[in-house]
Design a protein around this ligand. Structure first.
Ligand code: COA
Length: 407
């Protein structure tokens, strides 16, 4: 029986021993990483020692993906090799195209990516990564890093091939242009024609901001799967499934649905008060690790503001977002996380809401990949214990003696 419950910790007395656990593993150190960290006192965010501010100001996403997966920033030759590699993986395999055509048109793109990842697993089977031996029936020829690179390159093609095929019947060319980045490839495939450079810049910045975030729930899922010595595709599918929920990656879509309910900033203020009174959670606010602000928000908010001032922008949407932010801070001292202004930024780039979380997948596959590689280099099965709070040993009841339920 619980003795005391705090916000995160619960104390139990069992066989005269006090047991403490942290609800939702909050604050629990579950491993060691050299990939990303939140700075001292919950401030700032670094990927392999570089601040996200520096990375956003000076890099394209490909440099950041390389940094995460390889451990160092690429030089010019390494970057152009990596970009060529990504470009070579953008066109979809015919079997992937035919599966995408056969799936329902109203499937959520997160399901499309999970399905596409599984199909690709059968076509580009992974080779045993260094230090690990897959069972012979699972053995393939593709290096783990190529698995991650091919998924980063093809996830955008998968969701947009499915998107266009089921809307207009068009079988789009998923190869794109040879000099495309991940960002310009996506915007090109979505809108057709030459991509708008400001949309590409913001999209690229968001890929960098979404690329890695320590032991977030989806990354932890990937590590749990990898820790069983399973393959990278299975680990990435675990990540996609975990990311989808609105408490994690799904928050950017949920934030957009919230913002677009309101017709004006005044309407948003009263609407948020109503929602808070009914104890609803406001998606895109709060964070498990950050306590006063999310450093990624400052960058994405500036970009969303900039987009709102373009002829293609939506200043009212931005004003409504700011009104929600102020109301949340004044009433609950809660601050927006990356997902909140990512919603208005993506929307103003003409991106449909159902693609917001799948775009997060493209970016985070770099971080997931880095974490899967790191988990494998010093693997230990991740298998925590649970406090058992169920019935004590009970006499078995044969089938014929069991009382029928009212059903
Ligand atoms: N809206 C309203 N209240 C919120 C809130 C939000 N977005 N986030 C936290 N709170 C409140 C909780 O209701 C709780 O209040 P209480 O103590 O009066 O019950 C308190 O703040 C602690 O929240 P809790 O959910 O227990 O903290 P957590 O560390 O488990 O949760 C999140 C972190 C991110 C899951 C949480 O802030 C949340 O659900 N945010 C919305 C989803 C989201 O944006 N997710 C993306 C994260 S990057």
């Amino acid at each position: 029986t619980p003795l005391i419950r705090f916000q995160f910790s619960t104390f139990f007395k069992m066989s005269n021993v006090d047991i403490k656990y942290n609800t939702g593993l909050a604050g629990v150190i579950a491993g060691v990483t050299r990939i990303a960290t939140v700075g001292k006192g919950g401030m700032g965010l670094m990927y392999r020692g570089f601040s996200i501010e520096d990375l956003c100001a000076n890099c394209i996403f490909e440099e950041v993906a390389y940094l995460l997966l390889k451990g160092h920033l690429p030089n010019e030759a390494e970057l152009s090799t990596y970009r060529r590699k990504l470009a070579g993986f953008r066109d979809l395999l015919p079997q992937v195209r035919s599966v995408l055509e056969s799936l329902p048109g109203d499937s959520h793109p997160m399901d499309i990516l999970r399905a596409g990842c599984s199909v690709q697993a059968t076509l580009r089977r992974e080779k045993s990564p260094p230090g690990i031996k897959f069972a012979p029936e699972f053995e393939g020829e593709w290096e783990q890093e190529d698995v991650f690179t091919s998924l980063i390159a093809s996830f955008g093609s998968m969701m947009l091939y499915h998107h266009h095929f089921h809307r207009s019947g068009e079988r789009i060319n998923t190869q794109g242009a040879p000099d495309d980045t991940t960002a310009s490839h996506f915007i090109r495939l979505l809108h057709g024609g030459e991509p708008n450079p400001e949309f590409v810049r913001v999209f690229d910045e968001l890929l960098i901001l979404y690329a890695e975030h320590g032991f977030a729930a989806s990354t932890f899922s990937c590590r749990v799967t990898a820790s069983t010595l399973s393959d990278s595709y299975s680990a990435i599918c675990s990540g996609i499934g975990t990311l989808r929920g609105p408490l994690h990656g799904g928050a950017n879509e949920a934030a957009m649905h919230l913002i677009e309910q309101f017709s004006s900033p005044e309407d948003a203020v009263s609407g948020i008060h109503r929602l808070l009174q009914s104890k609803a959670k406001i998606m895109g606010f709060g964070h498990r690790v950050y306590k006063t602000k999310d450093p990624r928000n400052i960058i994405v908010k500036a970009s969303s503001r900039k987009l709102s001032r373009l002829s293609t922008g939506n200043p009212k949407l931005f004003a409504i977002s700011e009104a929600i932010e102020k109301t949340m801070w004044d009433t609950k001292s809660l601050f927006p996380n990356l997902d909140f202004y990512a919603a208005s930024a993506y929307h103003q780039c003409g991106i449909p809401t159902s693609l917001f979380t799948p775009i997060f997948v493209i970016a985070r596959t770099a971080g997931w990949g880095a974490n899967i590689i790191e988990q494998r280099t010093k693997n230990k099965l991740i298998r925590p214990a649970a406090f058992y709070d169920g019935p004590s040993l009970t006499t078995f009841i044969p089938l014929e003696n069991r009382v029928r339920s009212a059903l």
